[in-house]
Design a protein around this ligand. Structure first.
Ligand code: URA
Length: 253
């Protein structure tokens, strides 16, 4: 399912040869050989496992896609620029952030500024698209702290209403609507986990508004097969292991 071939300009930008514009110029100037042949088309597709690329006379160690998980800190926004907030990209090491400047490292979906926890970054646009595409109904599990403690009876009601699919209020540009069924499991009277399969704007917060309660703390624990590595402090990140990448790809293949 995943593309085995990648565009030459993308590979060079990901490998630190400058912006997409810079690397297009390099290719057009004839600085790049693929399997001994001079290639002047920046959109030429490379077999990353088998082709030999030489740039400015030096063999290129082709960098494969990057996959990271971050324990997002509250207060950071998932956009590339903000006047008021730190962005999640500012938590990345310069070399990793360059991959975005090269045009392709992005977050898989978004978390609200005040939400913490699991945030995936990747340069793999195909996997990113699939993990967020509604058809795949990728599960996302959150830890929720609630404003109001919930009685034993209401815990059952919350779970039943969640399973049936709640009618949630409008938020920003998303009108009121029926959310898809979700799983709510209580840990304490005012703490639960919720698992949703959609990625609607403020979805979890809206679900609890529909239940006459309010989310006061939200942390994503899981996305698809990937669990947040709790050893990561707030704002820290690490590369995904080969097994983690493989199981995410399998999930949406
Ligand atoms: N639902 C929300 O309300 N906020 C998030 O950040 C993620 C899911």
């Amino acid at each position: 399912m995943m593309k085995e071939k990648e565009r030459l300009d993308k590979i060079l930008a990901n490998s630190g040869f400058g912006s997409r514009r810079d690397v297009k110029r390099l290719v057009r100037f004839g600085e790049v050989l693929v399997n001994g042949e001079r290639i002047r088309d920046p959109e030429y597709h490379i077999d990353v496992d088998n082709d030999e690329v030489v740039i400015n006379g030096e063999p290129l160690e082709i960098e494969k896609h990057s996959y990271f998980m971050m324990n997002k800190a509250s207060g950071a926004v998932c956009s590339t620029k903000s006047d008021r907030h730190q962005t999640v990209y500012e938590f990345l090491a310069e070399a990793d952030n360059q991959k975005r400047l090269g045009g392709s490292l992005s977050t898989v979906g978004r978390l609200d500024a005040d939400t913490e926890g699991l945030l995936i970054f990747t340069t793999d646009g195909e996997l990113n698209h699939r993990l967020t595409f509604p058809k795949y109904e990728v599960k996302k599990t959150y830890l929720v702290h609630l404003r109001d403690a919930v009685s034993a009876e209401d815990k059952i009601t919350y779970a039943e209403k969640g399973k049936a699919g709640l009618h949630i209020p409008a938020a920003a540009n998303d009108p009121e609507c029926d959310a898809k069924p979700c799983d709510i499991e209580f840990l304490e009277d005012d703490k639960c986990t919720i698992t949703v399969t959609e990625g609607r704007f403020h979805e979890v917060k809206r679900i609890f508004i529909a239940l006459d309660n309010e989310v006061v703390y939200l942390k994503r624990l899981m996305m698809g097969t990937l669990h947040l590595d709790e050893r990561l402090g707030r704002g820290e990140y690490r590369s995904l292991t080969d097994e983690e990448i493989y199981s995410l790809k399998e999930l949406v293949k």
